[in-house]
Design a protein around this ligand. Structure first.
Ligand code: PGA
Length: 247
């Protein structure tokens, strides 16, 4: 991890109602003085209450997506400013489920990242290849295209985190080999340094895609892996705490 403070972030996706706030409380209680940054991105309906229940702790709460604009006639959408207003500290943009389900382009993801910054949020920006691209050996080319197209100018270690998430590893129980994960992360690091200089050295690059307590101990110590973005295993505090412990 080369001096970068690890971040373990949980993405609850479209899961969770008020009763699940108990998991966030259990997480807060179990964290103690963890030496890494920890975040949960619950559904938007739970952000305010999750923030209220985690006040004073190191557990950050965030959103899973935002609109590029600050307000306006965009039914069903959420502005980054609204996430910040609810007490959120971060926002995920460009998740592959948004890219696939809502046809989000690199240009749109870039605009959303800028919106997150405009609202003062830490942005976790997701990239990663599909299974077909992986099989065609296009992983690094996809990473290059998405980094170039999605990451705005002005990225710093304080405002941006990259999450490398192979689409075929999300929710499937499959993961790339540790060598492949490290190779992709080293490549991302190289690109960040080429573009952002010293800042690129310190921008954190998380791995995501079927991170579980059982594999976190192998994946998280890889040299260019600075933490994890966790879906399914973030829904239960005990599983998520085990992953945090590995970081
Ligand atoms: P998963 O999801 O951990 O359930 O594979 C990861 C993600 O989509 O961020």
């Amino acid at each position: 991890m080369s001096g970068r403070r690890p971040l373990v972030a949980g993405n609850w996706k479209m899961n969770g109602t008020r009763e699940n706030l108990a998991e966030i409380e259990a997480l807060k209680a179990g964290l103690g003085d963890s030496s890494c940054d920890v975040a949960i991105c619950p559904p938007a309906t739970l952000i305010t209450e999750a923030v209220a229940r985690t006040g004073g702790s190191q557990l950050m709460i965030g959103g899973q997506d935002c609109h590029a604009e600050a307000n306006g006639a965009h039914t069903g959408d959420l502005a980054a400013e609204m996430i910040a207003d609810a007490g959120g500290a971060l926002v995920i943009v460009g998740h592959s489920e948004r890219r696939a389900d809502h046809g989000e382009s690199d240009a749109l993801v870039r605009a959303k990242a800028e919106a997150g910054w405009r609202a003062g949020l830490l942005v976790i920006l997701c990239i990663g290849e599909t299974e077909a691209e992986y099989r065609a050996g296009e992983t690094l080319a996809v990473i290059d295209r998405q980094l170039a197209g999605s990451v705005p100018n002005g990225a710093t270690p304080g405002n941006l985190v990259i999450a490398y998430e192979p689409v075929w590893a999300i929710g499937t129980g499959l993961t790339p080999s540790n060598d492949d994960i490290q190779a992709s992360h080293a490549h991302i690091r190289q690109r960040l340094v080429a573009r952002f200089g010293q800042g690129g050295v310190a921008i954190r690059v998380l791995y995501g895609g079927s991170v579980k307590p059982a594999n976190a101990g192998e994946i998280l110590p890889l040299p260019d892996v600075d933490g994890a973005l966790v879906g399914g295993a973030s829904l239960k505090a005990a599983d998520f705490l085990a992953i945090v412990a590995a970081a």
